[in-house]
Design a protein around this ligand. Structure first.
Ligand code: SAM
Length: 236
């Protein structure tokens, strides 16, 4: 049995009771970084063998699959948030499903849901792009294509590239494109920056050092289509 177990994105108190129970009951924990996961486990008094799961190494995927096939109950975690969401895990889930192994996905922390809920932009459709390709041309194409769907677009970005990303958004969609930046969610320095791609790029560029983790949400310009977008599902 394979359990997909979300872990906190910044505040250890956000672990769920079920995540703790599942980690305690598992035969093994499959993780991105064993040291990071051991810190989490020991914080909650859980002593459990933790094995590295490396999605880019077919041997690692095969080893984890063998453990599952032999009847072991494994809990898959990533460094933070929900495994498989811009994090390793999906290949193992795919292989497990193909091998007829039962998979259960626990609900829990994920930066995309947390940011979108606090953004106050939509209660309906959105397009999640995760991390964009490093090449500006490719990234710009994706941003433009996603924005053309007329939904807010959600992007994960590192502090080192967030200014460049805002500049790219400004160049691709226009300086005045509304953007919400959710920084350090659930941490002591949680911060919400609301403005335009141009204004936020300029604001962050003034800082000597940009720090923290970011979720960027590109909003639609205000207008009647926004209201329509957020309208309740007529079939419900
Ligand atoms: N699996 C995770 C999830 O469910 O959200 C995402 C992991 S991905 C490798 C890491 C990225 O998620 C960061 O670069 C950042 O964009 C976003 N992120 C993670 N924690 C965050 C936080 N506390 N505040 C804002 N963004 C965060």
């Amino acid at each position: 049995m394979l359990y997909i177990v979300p872990t906190p994105i910044g505040n250890l108190q956000d672990i769920t009771l079920r995540a703790l129970e599942t980690l305690k009951a598992a035969d093994a924990v499959l993780c991105e970084d064993t040291r990071r996961t051991q810190i989490l486990l020991s914080h909650f008094g859980i002593s459990k063998p933790a094995f590295r799961y490396n999605e880019n190494d077919p041997h690692s995927v095969a080893r984890c699959l063998e453990a599952l096939k032999s009847g072991k109950t494994c809990a898959l975690v990533s460094d933070c948030g929900t495994p498989c969401i811009s994090d390793p895990g999906w290949k193992l889930v795919k292989e497990a499903v193909a091998a007829g192994i039962k998979v259960s996905s626990l609900p829990g922390p994920s930066a995309v849901a947390c940011a979108l809920a606090g953004a106050g932009i939509t209660g309906g459709a959105f397009t999640f792009l995760g991390f964009l390709p490093r090449k500006p041309g490719k990234a710009a194409k994706l941003i433009a294509a996603a924005y053309a769907l007329d939904h807010p677009v959600v992007i994960y970005e590192s502090p080192y590239r967030v200014v460049k990303m805002l500049e790219l958004i400004a160049k691709t969609l226009g300086e005045n494109t509304p953007v919400v930046l959710a920084r350090e969610l659930s941490k002591v320095y949680e911060e919400w920056l609301r403005g335009t791609a141009g204004s936020l790029a300029a604001e962050l560029a003034k800082k000597s050092k940009v720090q923290g983790e970011f979720v960027l949400i590109i909003d639609r310009p205000a207008g009647p289509e926004r209201e329509e977008n957020n309208a309740p599902d007529p079939y419900f």
